[in-house]
Unconditional design. Structure first.
Length: 255
């Protein structure tokens, strides 16, 4: 029997079980260094001892195929991104923290952590009051964050500006905006004033432009009435421009 048909026959004779599916490893969140020398990804596997999936970050040096696992332990790490010079890796861990009552099972708010590929342990780069949903590098010392507006700061700003504009279908949800974050002085600067929720962002290699997808309705996945919109931001001049106006087009990926 030809090898192809034998392989096909063998594959059909194997019945997949629920355990096979649950224990299957998955790779996601691929990222390539700007010089093309290294690749990052998050690899997820089921830990049978604790009964949950755990993701860890890996880097592969493409010149020789050498692969290094960058994160370990029982805390997941996702969304890895190279710094522009390819020397540092930022990621979003899912870490546990002690609550006020000493509950070690409490999950801390997602923040950006950084690990230097030259050596050393990972460390927290941001420590915002709000959760960081996503991030990109603008330069080797600056991050672009996708984060919810600080509820305390938002309430104060609304009071001062008497701003009554809100996301139409959920007035209690705080806007998710873009922030510029300096790794040196640990300060976050709000870039956008949108009243909706930014769900995705991509940045040009020179760090000047960003493309962001804005979700305008939390009910869109159910009623398809108010579609997301896409904006191009010039981070240098502060100007913005809606892309694909008058259409329902939403890019699945931007490069």
């Amino acid at each position: 029997m030809p090898s192809f048909f034998r392989l096909l026959f063998d594959a059909r004779s194997i019945a997949w079980t629920t355990d096979d599916i649950l224990l299957m490893e998955r790779a996601s969140s691929f990222s390539l260094a700007q010089d093309g020398s290294k690749a990052l990804w998050a690899q997820t596997r089921m830990d049978k001892k604790i009964g949950k999936s755990i993701s860890h970050i890996y880097v592969r040096y493409l010149s020789d195929g050498h692969t290094v696992q960058l994160t370990r332990g029982q805390d997941s790490a996702t969304a890895p991104q190279f710094s522009p010079d390819g020397q540092k890796v930022g990621f979003l861990p899912n870490r546990k923290s002690d609550g006020d009552d000493g509950d070690s099972a409490k999950t801390s708010k997602s923040q950006v952590w950084v690990i230097d590929l030259c050596g050393g342990d990972s460390y927290p780069a941001t420590a915002l009051a709000q959760e960081v949903n996503a991030f990109r590098w603008l330069d080797n010392d600056t991050l672009l964050l996708v984060a919810e507006e600080d509820p305390t700061a938002l309430a104060q700003r609304i009071k001062e500006e008497k701003d009554t504009s809100r996301v139409v279908d959920d007035p209690e949800v705080a806007p998710i905006r873009l922030f510029r974050f300096s790794l040196e002085d640990k300060k976050a600067e709000r870039i956008t004033k949108n009243t909706d929720q930014i769900s995705r962002v991509e940045v040009s290699h020179d760090g000047r432009y960003a493309v962001a997808v804005h979700n305008r309705s939390s009910r869109y996945v159910y009623d398809a009435q108010i579609p997301p919109v896409t904006f191009l931001y010039d981070l240098q001049s502060g100007s913005s421009q809606q892309l694909f106006p008058g259409t329902r087009m939403v890019p699945g990926a931007v490069r």
